[in-house]
Ligand binder design. Structure first.
Ligand SMILES: Cc1ncc(COP(=O)(O)O)c(C=O)c1O
Length: 379
């Protein structure tokens, strides 16, 4: 780390407490450091208790969880999978791992998540060609619940199973129910920048016991029951280690605090920067939705201000403050050139106008004032 990194304000750095150490110590003392052991079982139990899901499998990443979740839903070579364009590439990469093709759907302006009307349009167009997508990936970006009622109704009408990518949305709710539990399969990420972290890690939740068993099997190289190494199916090395699950256990104890803090950070920015013409905060919670406000995100309206998000980002950078553009829509990524897309204007506009601000739950009032002062100075 460079010396100037010590006063750098990062976007969303890890925020550990003291409890993690107890679980780590115990794992080392008891020699449970491989991808099996009491922390792993406990971490999965903690996630089930928090979310209300009946089964959880802890994995090496959220991406691994999406990969196995899609395979579980039967996605394979030549299939189509519906996916929002406005998301991190990790949502869609596993579609390609499985030899399938994404079909991208635009966002709606309130939650910034998948637009139910565009989704219907896509499904109707595909139905006219006698094509039924194998799955829909539903993402809750920046922790914001999607328009769940509407989206789930469309998915049910067209009989498309839902994989819920709640990588950014642990601790968010819809009608009081934790996100990640609305689809056939739900996915969380414990990557270093998430609201809770295991340094790197992920989890898959489901209410189907056979599916959970299958995921465990695939995630440990698909070893058949035999004294020797015998394999009838393709497997992966995707299981989380008992050491990292120990960090996860300690982190889970802090979840409600972390959500509270991130929501306070969002409210603080909003209150202190509300008077700047052309600057607004988003996305907005849908009726019944409560976001964990993983990242605070702002929008700049070019009709009202000549300051661009990139100018603001560079200015923050000169003060050693990290900020980031919103996710670049996947239909604009060279990797997904020529991928079928329904709409696209909404998320392109968001990408052109938005910026993510430092939102780590360890931020102090002085840190927040430092960011706000730099932003005010630009305007
Ligand atoms: C929306 C979204 N989906 C999936 C992932 C993948 O999670 P991981 O980094 O744990 O593989 C991430 C985060 O990185 C994400 O933000």
């Amino acid at each position: 780390m460079r010396s100037q990194d010590y006063d750098r304000l990062f976007l969303s750095p890890p925020h550990l407490g003291r409890h993690e150490l107890n679980y780590l110590h115990k794992a080392i003392e008891d020699n449970w450091v491989a991808p099996a052991g009491p922390n792993l079982d406990g971490f999965e139990r903690d996630i089930c208790e928090f979310t209300g899901a009946q089964h959880c499998v802890a994995l090496t990443s959220g991406t691994a969880a999406i990969h196995l979740g899609l395979r579980l839903l039967g996605v394979g070579t030549g299939d189509e999978v519906l996916c929002p364009s406005f998301t991190f590439v990790a949502t869609a990469n596993p579609i390609l791992y499985l030899g399938a093709t994404p079909v991208f759907i635009d966002s709606e302006a309130e939650t910034w998540n998948i637009c139910p009307q565009r989704l219907r349009e896509a499904l109707e167009a595909l139905r006219r060609q006698n094509r039924r997508p194998k799955a829909l990936i539903l993402v809750h970006l920046y922790g914001m619940p999607a328009q769940l009622r509407e989206v789930l109704a469309v998915a049910a009408e067209f009989e498309v199973p839902v994989l819920e990518d709640a990588a950014e949305a642990l601790g968010s709710r819809y009608d009081g129910q934790p996100l990640g539990t609305f689809g056939e399969v739900g996915v969380f990420s414990f990557n270093g920048n998430k609201i809770l972290t295991t340094s790197g890690g992920g989890a898959l939740v489901t209410n189907n016991p056979e599916w959970a068993q299958k995921i465990r099997f695939w995630a440990t190289q698909a070893k058949d029951t035999a004294p020797h190494y015998q394999h009838s199916e393709l497997g992966y090395n995707y299981r989380l280690s008992n050491l990292l699950a120990g960090i996860g256990r300690g982190q889970m104890e802090l979840l409600e605090d972390r959500v509270k803090k991130r929501r306070e950070i969002f409210a603080w920015y909003q209150k202190h920067l509300v008077d700047i013409p052309g600057l607004s905060f988003g996305p907005t919670e849908p009726a019944g939705g409560r976001s964990n406000r993983w990242l605070t995100t702002l929008l700049l309206a070019p009709e009202e201000t000549s300051v661009t998000p990139e100018q603001l980002r560079l200015h923050l950078e000169t003060h050693n403050i990290e900020s980031r553009p919103l996710w670049k829509p996947l239909h604009r990524q060279p990797l997904f050139n020529a991928t079928p897309t329904y709409g696209g204007e909404v998320c392109e506009k968001l990408f052109n106008r938005g910026l993510c601000l430092p939102s780590g739950s360890a931020m102090t009032d002085a840190d927040l004032r430092r960011v706000a002062e730099v932003i005010k100075a630009v305007f």
